[in-house]
Design a protein around this ligand. Structure first.
Ligand code: NAD
Length: 505
């Protein structure tokens, strides 16, 4: 924070108390309704803001994976597949209410383990987790009316592997539709953020979910690999990097396992000269600096119309100079810690490459805490479409700014990426938004907003961003055997209707 800003914007620290947490020193694997010891070497989970040890975490090896899949299969055969949809829905409603009851505790745990600001985990992540369970609880007894064909049936055992950027929210995106559709689950959280999944396991015990319906295995990539390759798994749902997604697609090919992949992105956020500039500046900041830019659908490429380029960049720099970086548990914090040293190194490396390739780097003036992993919000201008910072996913608080003159050029540049997860369009003209949205190859398109999520709205990518949809009734289709599939064109149509709705509002 510069001296100028300090005089206007001095806040007293307002840290959220950790007293609400009742953490154990060590956590086992959650298999068949109980916490049990793992057979791998345990590892520590740390706070990325302080590098302090939080808890020791069990590590599942192939034997543990097998035990968990056997438990999930048994629960599927004996209990879960025998329950009516209405009864499954009651469990989901119960889980949703318990998430709400324990919301503050979950938010503190998430910020501690992940490094994200408490105001985001408290106001975005955890409310959305509850919303996802409420939403799919409502679908559990209505599967016949979801437009998925006659008498849809569950697949069986679902293996789910998730990343570290939205640990509990990604868990909810995976578990809620799987259970609503009648599947049982073995889920592996990311190795740097296992904590909230383990608290969620306690919630499952509180909800008296039948043993084995959900199993949670902590561990690293080898645990995930053993899980997705287990022969008794019927469905694999993966969210993470494109490289790992590719490996999973190869290893599951021909196995008969149904696969959905939610992978990386390099989204274009397109700002036309008729856009409401004040809102656009906030939308650009939210698009790339929300959650330290650890967002698969982040608006990491800003495409701004040439005649307003300098004004937008100046105003962005002013706005970024007011953001507060620091303790994730402080309610005033806007930018938290980078989740791991490994991720910090990757962000630093790609940013250095950006400078080396000739782009101009500007970082917001902030005090960097002495311990932990931090990266100041950064903007690159004079970026060329061939620069690596314009092509590769940085997955950090780094924005590449490019300019365009005509809508056709904006569309060509936006689509010039191997990814196709999301995009944003800022304009005063609804007709322009619809015309441009029609030509963007992206699964989700936001109009005059960015990074908005709703359980009723399908989310997913094209090209190297993966395939399959999560959210909405499309998310159910991924966990059901049906006689009639939801066609991809419907996904496009519903995405357009979202854009239209956003324009109207
Ligand atoms: P990652 O691919 O390294 O790891 C994701 C998960 O996969 C982790 O749990 C990890 O332990 C596990 N894993 C690693 N190797 C594995 C293997 N060979 N087999 C099975 N599992 C394996 O990704 P990450 O660094 O944790 O997450 C960041 C990535 O996730 C980014 O690319 C981001 O765009 C993507 N992401 C996508 C979405 C989406 O919805 N499209 C959402 C969030 C994150």
């Amino acid at each position: 924070m510069t001296e100028t800003n300090r005089s206007f914007l001095e806040y007293a620290p307002a840290p959220e108390s950790q007293a609400i947490l009742n953490l154990k020193k060590s956590y086992g694997l959650f298999i068949d309704g109980e916490f049990v010891k793992g057979h791998g070497t345990p590892f520590a989970t740390i706070s990325p803001a302080t590098e302090l040890h939080i808890a020791e975490i069990a590590n599942a090896n192939a034997k543990d994976v097998d035990t968990a899949v056997v438990a999930a299969r048994r629960a599927y055969d004996r209990t879960w597949s025998k329950l009516s949809g209405a009864d499954r829905g009651k469990y989901l409603f119960r889980i949703a209410r318990l998430v709400q009851e324990r919301a503050r505790e979950l938010a503190v745990a998430e910020s501690l383990d992940n490094g994200k600001p408490i105001k985001e985990s408290r106001d975005v992540d955890i409310p959305l987790v509850a919303a996802w369970f409420f939403y799919y609880a409502g679908w559990a007894d209505k599967l016949d009316y979801a437009g998925l064909g006659a008498a849809p049936r569950a697949l069986g055992v679902a293996a789910q592997v998730i990343p570290w950027n939205f640990p509990l929210l990604m868990l909810a995106w995976k578990i809620a539709p799987a259970l609503a559709a009648g599947n049982t689950v073995v889920l592996k959280p990311a190795e740097t953020t296992p904590l909230s999944a383990l608290l969620f396991a306690e919630i499952l015990q509180q909800a008296e979910l039948p043993a084995g319906v959900v199993n949670i295995l902590t561990g690293a990539g080898d645990t995930g690999e053993a899980l997705v390759n287990h022969p008794d798994v019927n469905k694999v749902a993966f969210t993470g990097s494109t490289a790992v997604g590719r490996a999973i697609a190869r290893s599951t090919a021909g196995s008969g396992k149904k696969l959905t992949l939610e992978l990386g992105g390099k989204a274009a956020n397109i700002v036309f000269d008729d856009a409401p500039i004040d809102q656009a500046i906030e939308g650009i900041v939210n698009g790339i600096f929300f959650n330290q830019g650890h967002v698969c659908c982040a608006g990491s490429r800003l495409l701004v119309q040439e005649n307003i380029h300098d004004e937008v960049v100046d105003r962005l720099k002013q706005r970024l100079s007011t953001l507060r970086m620091g303790d994730p548990l402080d309610k005033n914090t806007d930018i938290g810690a980078i989740n791991s040293r490994e991720q910090l190194n990757r962000i630093r490396e790609l940013s250095d490459i950006g400078e080396g390739e000739g782009a101009t780097r500007w970082s917001a003036p902030c005090d960097i805490p002495k311990t932990g992993f931090w990266f100041a919000p950064t903007i690159f201008t004079n970026v060329s479409t061939s620069n690596r910072i314009a092509r590769e996913e940085i997955f950090g608080p780094v924005l590449s700014v490019l300019s365009f003159r005509t809508p056709a050029e904006a569309i060509a540049k936006a689509n010039n990426t191997p990814y196709g997860l999301s995009a944003g369009i800022w304009s005063d003209k609804g007709s322009k938004i619809l015309a441009v949205a029609d030509q963007l190859k992206a699964g989700v398109i936001w109009a005059n907003t960015f990074n908005r999520f709703d359980p009723a709205s399908p989310f997913g990518g094209y090209k190297e961003s993966g395939y399959g949809r999560e959210g909405g009734r499309h998310g159910l289709a991924a966990y059901l055997q049906t006689s009639q599939r939801v066609e991809p064109t419907e996904t496009v149509a519903s995405t357009r209707s979202i854009a239209r709705k956003a324009v109207k509002s």
